[in-house]
Design a protein around this ligand. Sequence first.
Ligand SMILES: C[S@@+](CC[C@H](N)C(=O)[O-])C[C@H]1O[C@@H](n2cnc3c(N)ncnc32)[C@H](O)[C@@H]1O
Length: 290
Amino acid sequence: MLGTGSTGSTGSTGSTGSTGSTGSTGGTGGTVPGGSVVLVGGGPGAADLLTLRAWRALAGADVVVTDRLGPVEVLADLPAGVEIIDVGKTPGHHPVPQHEINAILVEQARRGRRVVRLKGGDPFVYGRGGEEVLACRAAGVPVEVVPGVSSALSVPALAGIPLTHRGTVGAFLVVNGHEPLGVVALAAVRDRTATLVILMGVSMLSEITDQAVTAGADAATPVAVVESGSTQHQRVTRATLGTLVRRAAEVGVRAPAVVVVGDVAAEGLLVPDTLVSLPVLSALVPEPAL
Ligand SMILES: C[S@@+](CC[C@H](N)C(=O)[O-])C[C@H]1O[C@@H](n2cnc3c(N)ncnc32)[C@H](O)[C@@H]1O
């Protein structure tokens, strides 16, 4: 499937860890025409959550600049001539700085190559896709964006958690767990007016729950943590704001994970009343297989 449309390239296949800076194109004077960059949102990890447009872009790539998250296993199916540049981590486990990633995209495109920048989820949801678009445009490199299935929406859905649910909550808010919760997020949790979806929050669970409860949120507010959504390691842990830190430590919650705070995170939300009232049957109801 991936073989169609690719011309291959002179690059080295599977050069993970490379920063791709071999060869010299120099500045704009050395630009080979025909190069371009496509920022491709790869979804949360499962190959079949890539969009058709994403597959087409990959099939036509000369070089793929990839991250740690997302559907990285599809890279093994790329034609032999396609160069893979892994900017997700170096041997020292440090990601390549963003300005270097921008420079790689521009340099590769200036060699006349069709560059796919493969990113987890959607490129514009905490993906620094905007900075990469700006860098390409500033360099006069044609750039387009293929939207991806963001983990913010898809990972809860894969765990059977609807972010909105008629009669329960009608809005959701996606926030970055690296930073303290803002006033809008705190009000949403306290007043139960929106589901809070927290990305990159695993190392901050204690701060997040303390902040929410201090702001007046009910300690009994349901929370679900969904790790490695769409992969074979997907796992859902249920707790409340009051019990989350202990529960997460007990089961050893690890990134990547999406944290969902609000009434939709309650276990049993999608178990029909008819089954709830029958204790024997309700014990047999499986996790929603959506
Ligand atoms: C830097 S953000 C990138 C988000 C991405 N652009 C998106 O739209 O999904 C990385 C965070 O996304 C979440 N994430 C991405 N893939 C995930 C997955 N398969 N399962 C759980 N969380 C995931 C985690 O919160 C992780 O820390």
